[in-house]
Write a protein of this length. Structure first.
Length: 382
């Protein structure tokens, strides 16, 4: 998860309010927790505070409703120990609301965090979950099948990520710059498809995917984007081979951890929306691949990953809200049609080759897709 300020999608498209408001168009019947008080837990975020209405909730589905009363775009997170992300919602523009529904089956100590400007470790507060609840994936056959299907999708992509990262690193260490450049974007596809899963593991996502603009004081610049800069801007450096080796080690660590991760249906729903937030805050603005300008490869991968999660949830959604499924299909197709127009051979145009009209068209299409995606978690949580 990149942690530096970014240009919100609403600035580019002028229609971002629709996305944020749609996340709150449901009634207040959602429970703050299986054993908690009815209604979502209100969170009032500003540029200097993160006021969470209650510091406790019962285990189960916990719903937060975040209002941004500050002047900066913000994010909201629920963390478990070790900064493991239980749930997150990004790209909350000033004056707007977003809702986060997250499954928390285990009692314990957690932390909430608002990140004004989408930067740093956030304004944190302690949060306690009481009681206990069986994971939905243990008790609902449809949800169990959905998470099983998505686990296969994750395994296929992480296995490919490990293989392709090794090939990329081998080219870097051999000084084959042109070959490494050719491998860079196609390797990152496998990471971008499953980024919400990678974000579950504390420092692994920053180690693999941190951007230079996001570095905290004293933080080492590592991972894909450090090598990206070496390949496209500065030239390979004496420590590039060590950075490359660390990337392989971190990717292998990620692959191993994903094999034991137990995801819930809500994780899939939130991940599908989170991947579109990634597009809105990085790919559309051209900030993700600032040295190589290969943002559209990432864009396609994020869309693929979101579709993968929705495909796993499709039987549930079709049964509970078939109209939502039809809308999702339509809006995914619209985004894909725009991406297809930018294809060049097996890849895409470089981001700096896009016109402002093309960027605005992408922004509007992503907004239109984000609106129905914001409803998936609530449908799944019923």
């Amino acid at each position: 998860m990149p942690l530096s300020p970014r240009t919100p999608l609403a600035v580019l498209a002028g229609v971002g309010a629709l996305v944020a408001l749609s996340a709150c168009d449901s009634t207040d019947s959602a429970s703050g927790g299986a054993a908690g008080a009815p209604g979502p837990i209100k969170v009032e975020a500003s540029d200097s505070s993160c006021a969470v209405a209650t510091k406790t909730a019962g285990a189960g589905n916990v719903t937060f409703e975040i209002t941004n009363k500050g002047t900066k775009v913000t994010e909201f997170y629920l963390y478990a120990e070790g900064d493991r992300i239980m749930g997150e919602v990004e790209n909350i523009a000033p004056g707007l609301n977003r809702r986060l529904i997250v499954e928390v089956p285990e009692a314990g100590k957690y932390q909430t965090a608002c990140k004004p400007g989408m930067a740093g470790n956030g304004i944190r507060g302690d949060f306690t979950v009481t009681g206990g609840a069986q994971k939905q994936t243990d008790t609902n056959a449809q949800k169990a099948e959905a998470t099983k299907s998505y686990a296969t999708y994750v395994a296929n992509n992480t296995d490919a990520l490990e293989t392709e990262t090794q090939k990329f690193v081998d080219a870097v260490k051999a000084g084959k710059v042109d070959e490494a450049k050719a491998e860079y974007a196609t390797t990152r596809v496998y990471y971008e498809r499953i980024e919400p899963v990678a974000e579950k593991f504390g420092d692994l996502d920053p180690a693999i995917d941190v951007r230079e603009a996001d570095l905290e004081p004293g933080q080492q610049f590592t991972g894909f984007h450090r090598i990206e800069k070496d390949l496209w801007v500065t030239g390979l450096k004496p420590d590039t081979p060590q950075i490359a080796d660390k990337l392989v080690t971190d990717v292998k660590d990620l692959v191993a951890k994903t094999k034991t991760l137990q995801l819930s249906a809500l994780d899939l729903a939130n991940g599908a929306k989170g991947l579109l937030d990634e597009v809105a805050t990085g790919k559309i603005t051209g900030e993700e691949e600032t040295f190589s300008h290969t943002d559209l490869w990432d864009f396609q991968a994020n869309v693929d990953g979101s579709k993968g999660a929705i495909a796993a949830l499709r039987p549930i959604l079709q049964e509970r809200d078939p109209a939502l499924v039809s809308t999702l299909d339509k809006q995914f197709a619209n985004v894909q049609a725009l991406l297809d127009k930018t294809r060049v051979g097996d890849g895409f145009k470089y981001y700096n080759q896009l016109s402002q009209d093309e960027i605005k068209a992408f922004a509007s299409a992503v907004d239109a897709l984000s609106e129905p995606l914001s409803k998936v978690a609530e449908v799944v949580s019923k």
